[in-house]
Design a protein around this ligand. Structure first.
Ligand SMILES: Nc1ncnc2c1ncn2[C@@H]1O[C@H](COP(=O)(O)OP(=O)(O)OP(=O)(O)O)[C@@H](O)[C@H]1O
Ligand SMILES: Nc1ncnc2c1ncn2[C@@H]1O[C@H](COP(=O)(O)OP(=O)(O)OP(=O)(O)O)[C@@H](O)[C@H]1O
Ligand SMILES: [Mg+2]
Ligand SMILES: [Mg+2]
Lengths: 262, 262
């Protein structure tokens, strides 16, 4: 079962937008999909229309339960919300997740709690997508330790390029010490504007750095992608013919083909 | 001496762009200004043209020195780089700052190391501006504990609204327990596009929430602001007549008038 972590410590590059629309794309095609919101901001939770005030169990509760108990069976299930036919399931995040670093720091095998939690549901899903916070702290390390592949959204801006080497260094350490299976699945260019020289320059640099890991699909800057979260629905469902949604539908195909080829 | 922290845990909202251009604006008007880059990504350091490989001492070294030594005199000075006449000085950040949380966590008065460091140079500057990382961890708490005011850049997007209550909660706790002087200086709307309904909606909500704390100046979306970092110069200097630079020049005036009024 592929577990794809959507990571990049640079803020605002499109992690949540990619995680939400990819999970929606996979579920719409009939794949049993779980989206894990691992960002205390809980944007993916809101992006899928979940009311945070009504949530009973979150990823924070899962980490707390696992930090002092070896048994991972049945720990994740209470936190999973089903959103209905053709939709992904979701493990929501609320503000309490901001306290996760302290809980994880004191746990034995502090990088592996998420991996253990996801293992307990591995036969119930075809895909798991994880939305990471904008940092390389212990939550993101847990995501890298649990993932089979990573997706790196790359905003076509200068500052976004700066963080790449730090991210690669972190991925290499996790791969060497904790998760030898970890691979870079796809680097996906986001908020691309072909008229803009900077966008084209970033695309060149990213392609030079990552070669064929760079997704064929490029996500254009598209206002529908930023309007959809306000309605609690992925753009893929709310504005299916918008440029942004069409691009994410294409990206879903590309990810499915990549896995079929493995 | 005003110390303004530029904070918002939502990623990519314009924290660095605001910190760099405000610091440049203040220095250009003859105010002795120090910019502290407190984000391990080190974007503000690059945005002012500093070569990270040539840096000898950083904010991480300052935190390390203070974590096991009460004496703060002379600790910050070695990390300060002067960039020349009419330019801000800078305390740079490099990747090692990612290790700061662990250093701070074990220090006595873990929230107060930055405050102590800045006190040792308080008579040498008229202004200190601090660029925060996209999180509410111990580095950002240190910034809130050290600041007299905060600037909250607000990207005109739905997800950016979500994090406001968490940010306000954190500011309230720091104000109550650690820094009673802390005030909200200005909330500044960034990447605003008047043609876009979402931008107008966010502006309404933010004005309802913050009232007269919302800056008169609105920063438009302007490609020059994102191109300037590639040249290591603030847009205020590189493209002074661009819409983005003009808006930041206006914002500099607004901040100066605000302080004159106090
Ligand atoms: N292709 C796009 N076109 C236009 N707007 C976009 C696009 N992708 C994302 N956005 C908007 O840009 C903002 C940043 O995107 P998003 O929140 O997905 O990034 P992120 O990397 O998850 O941020 P954070 O680092 O805070 O977790 C959001 O308001 C989102 O709606
Ligand atoms: N008004 C603007 N118009 C166009 N682009 C902008 C504007 N402000 C900032 N940008 C660009 O948007 C991106 C995000 O801005 P910036 O890096 O300043 O945000 P940040 O809040 O510091 O991000 P992080 O959360 O990663 O620290 C950058 O590439 C920047 O160049
Ligand atoms: Mg996000
Ligand atoms: Mg920044």
């Amino acid at each position: 079962m592929p577990i794809w972590g959507v990571v990049n410590q640079k803020g605002g590059v499109g992690k949540t937008t990619t995680a939400v629309n990819l999970a929606a794309g996979l579920a719409a095609k009939g794949h049993r999909t779980l989206l894990v919101d691992a960002d205390p901001q809980g944007n993916a939770t809101t992006g899928l229309g979940v009311d945070k005030r009504a949530v009973e169990a979150t990823l924070f509760d899962v980490f707390s339960a696992l930090s002092n108990n070896a048994e991972s069976d049945g720990v994740l299930k209470p936190a999973i919300l089903s959103l209905g036919e053709g939709q992904p399931d979701i493990v929501p995040a609320t503000l309490d997740l901001a306290g996760a670093e302290a809980v994880l720091l004191n746990a034995v095998g502090k990088e592996l709690l998420l991996r253990d939690a996801l293992e307990s549901v591995s036969d119930e899903y075809d895909w798991i997508i994880i939305d990471a916070p904008p940092s390389l702290g212990l939550i993101t390390i847990n995501i890298l330790a649990a993932s089979s592949e990573v997706i790196v959204p790359m905003q076509c801006e200068f500052y976004a390029l700066e963080g790449l080497s730090q991210l690669m260094k972190t991925i290499d350490i996790v791969k060497k010490r904790i998760n030898p299976e970890l691979k870079i699945g796809r680097v996906i260019l986001t908020m691309y504007d072909g008229r803009n020289k900077l966008s084209r320059q970033v695309r060149e640099e990213v392609t030079e750095f990552f070669g064929d890991k760079v997704a064929q699909t490029i996500i254009p800057r598209n206002v529908r992608l930023s309007e959809a979260p306000g309605f609690g629905e992925p753009a893929l469902q709310l504005y299916p013919s918008s440029k942004g949604a069409v691009a994410y539908a294409e990206f879903t195909e590309e990810v499915l083909n990549l896995c079929a080829a493995h």
